[in-house]
Design a protein around this ligand. Sequence first.
Ligand code: DAH
Length: 369
Amino acid sequence: MSAPNKQYDPKQVSDLSAEAIDAMVSAALAAIESADTLDQWKEVRLEHSGDRSPIALANREIGALPPAAKVEVGKRVGQARGAIKAALDQRELILIEHRDNEVLLAEKVDVTVPVDRSLKGARHPLTTLMERLSDVFVAMGYEIAEGPELELEWANFDALNFPKDHPARMMQDTFFVESPDSGALLRTHTSPIQVRAMLERELPIYVVAPGRVYRTDELDATHTPVFHQIEGLAVDKGLTMADLRGTLNHLAHVMFGQEIDIRWRPSYFPFTEPSAEVDLRCFVCLGDAESDLLDQCRACGGEGWIEWGGCGMVNPRVLVAVGIDPEVYSGFAFGMGIERTLMFRSGVKDMRDMVEGDVRFTRAFGLDS
Ligand code: DAH
């Protein structure tokens, strides 16, 4: 005698008639057919062919049948289980194929989609502008000259005919190094490069020198203690003020367009005689006397004009200081502010934007090579 089946639950006893079994198979097949995902399929398998599924329970009851019924019912239930299993297997294959196709689609790599690039920095507009200005002169046959930023007081002032007591030499304007009598300073302008060019080069001389210069100014919208200039120097036989004017007018037209209004004003520099300053029509108020803007214009202080740079015929005393005979040679020179040029060309109103190094400022000029 076998041990009593403790798990036997009389409530689960099913009807083993052909209709009942067919109904189980139809229910299972319908459920299998409607399983759309492998997860649903697993649930359906549990429900219709798992240990507690109707067909499994039916199978378990076969043993309790009288021997004569066992064969027929056993065959019926066996076939039913086979049909359910076959349907499950077939459905599983289909669902696996679906899942694989979906995964392939989801993981498809579109090599044409733009990726997130890390942003490249942009060259500073002052750098590109210095190159652009230099190019205008290189196209006219000038060479690029250089000089040190830590300069001799002699080249920065003495050789350029600044008297010993000239106010520019004072500590309020100039960064001296170590002590005021060390003879060294941070150059206050690019003009000492003129001196070096005349000492080092063969005549005739046609050079431009873009570079960084230093003055003891506080940083504000129109001043910065470190700024940039481009110096120009031509020394040749027979050069006159007309050559200087033609050269700077050409530069202004290339940089700002043919319509730019230029004004020449007599001025004074120790190293040029005669000297002039070149002004450009204010890019903010346009110097329009009719407009209310002019009076309050912060860019030009109500002048209508903004100073671009200084220039003149090289003072014969400077030529003598570097050993050039002023009876045979004459020269012209000029020095323009790069920051001012950038303000004009690009409408930058605050110099601090140029020195703060915020990439959002430089990036706007990023395509300017
Ligand atoms: N060095 C002068 C300055 O910084 C500008 C200048 C004026 C340069 C006249 C020149 C020149 O070459 O001839 O203000």
